[in-house]
Design a protein around this ligand. Structure first.
Ligand SMILES: [Zn+2]
Ligand SMILES: [Zn+2]
Length: 274
């Protein structure tokens, strides 16, 4: 059962990934069209052109040049009996659950460092210069960050010795979680409260896109919400509320920062204080 599941996921993970990626994107975009939470400030066409433009650069760089690297590393590490989790006599399901948790903790730590190390912040801040918050904000990353995160993921998988199926599952749920947490929609209060005990919700991640520094440098979680509560970086709600809060960075308020070229140049420029 385990082996056939692994073989199925391994053989078809790219197809499943593509279906989940576009399926989730279209689902969230439709939800935003039917019941948007915030009125968008900048032109949708301009933002989507820029955000998709940078996504295509990243896709060309990572997916076409190094496809399946994390899964390949996991397979090699598992075959060679490498990694932290292999040092303990864990049942397979235990290694699976621990593997998912540890990969998510690493993602939290990487995001924290992207905000705290000045050089990394210059690369990561492109994600935060979007003046609105919607499903396409999810793909707005500088190619340098895409490369660093790719290398970090390969290193983490090799160091931890995560079971291949955990890497496959984590890789497959990534596009779903990242599109969902950037949705310009609002869950009913009870559902949001219940969900965020375990995983991120759009409201929780929206606070991370606030212009207010204390809110911007909080809620670093990727999938699970409890790391932020555990390490004291949790913001429950933006002080100005989800409709009143401002999104973006104070020094990059000009709409030209929504275009592809300024996004690619962003790490090398100093913004203008508004
Ligand atoms: Zn961030
Ligand atoms: Zn984000």
């Amino acid at each position: 059962m385990r082996d056939s599941m692994e073989a199925l996921l391994d053989a078809h993970h790219l197809t499943i990934y593509i279906v989940l990626f576009f399926g989730t994107f279209i689902g969230v975009a439709l939800l935003e069209a039917v019941a948007p939470l915030r009125r968008l400030d900048a032109s949708l066409r301009r933002r989507w052109r820029g955000n998709f433009g940078i996504m295509f650069v990243n896709t060309a760089l990572i997916w076409l040049v190094f496809p399946g690297a994390a899964v390949g590393t996991a397979l090699a590490a598992w075959a060679a009996d490498w990694g932290l989790l292999r040092r303990f006599d864990l049942p397979y399901w235990g290694a699976f659950v621990l593997g998912i948790l540890l990969m998510d903790l690493c993602r939290y730590t990487e995001h924290y460092l992207l905000h705290r190390v000045p050089l990394l912040w210059r690369i990561h801040r492109v994600h935060h210069t979007d003046l609105d918050f919607d499903v396409t904000t999810a793909v707005r990353f500088h190619p340098a960050e895409a490369l660093i995160m790719w290398a970090a993921k390969v290193a983490v998988v090799a160091m931890l010795g995560v079971p291949v199926i955990a890497v496959l599952v984590y890789e497959l749920i990534y596009p779903m979680t990242t599109f969902w947490v950037h949705a310009n929609v609002r869950l009913p209060a009870g559902a949001d409260r219940a969900m965020r005990w375990l995983v991120l919700t759009p409201d929780m991640h929206r606070a991370h896109h606030s212009i207010v520094p204390a809110e911007l440098h909080s809620n670093f979680g990727g999938l699970f919400s409890f790391w932020d509560r555990l390490f004291g970086t949790y913001t429950r709600e933006p002080a100005a509320g989800h409709l009143g809060m401002r999104i973006g960075l104070p020094e990059f308020q000009d709409h030209r920062h929504l275009d592809l070229k300024p996004m690619l140049m962003n790490p090398f420029i100093t913004g203008e204080k508004s």
